[in-house]
Design a protein around this ligand. Sequence first.
Ligand SMILES: [Zn+2]
Length: 69
Amino acid sequence: MSGATSKGKGLTPYQGTNRCFGEYRCPNCNRRWMSGNSWADMGQQCTKCNINVYSHEQIFGQHHSIRAT
Ligand SMILES: [Zn+2]
């Protein structure tokens, strides 16, 4: 754990308070996965590299897909 938690927004495309669906891609090994337990500004760990990966696309609701630019 690094204590560098800067308070800024934009870590994930979705910035709401609800759980949503997220698509992840590890920049290290290019592994992709989807998760139905995705939150704003929360990353998931690549099980191969053990690094934190932020979602590049999140889907909230039925057809609200939010992509990172
Ligand atoms: Zn990886």
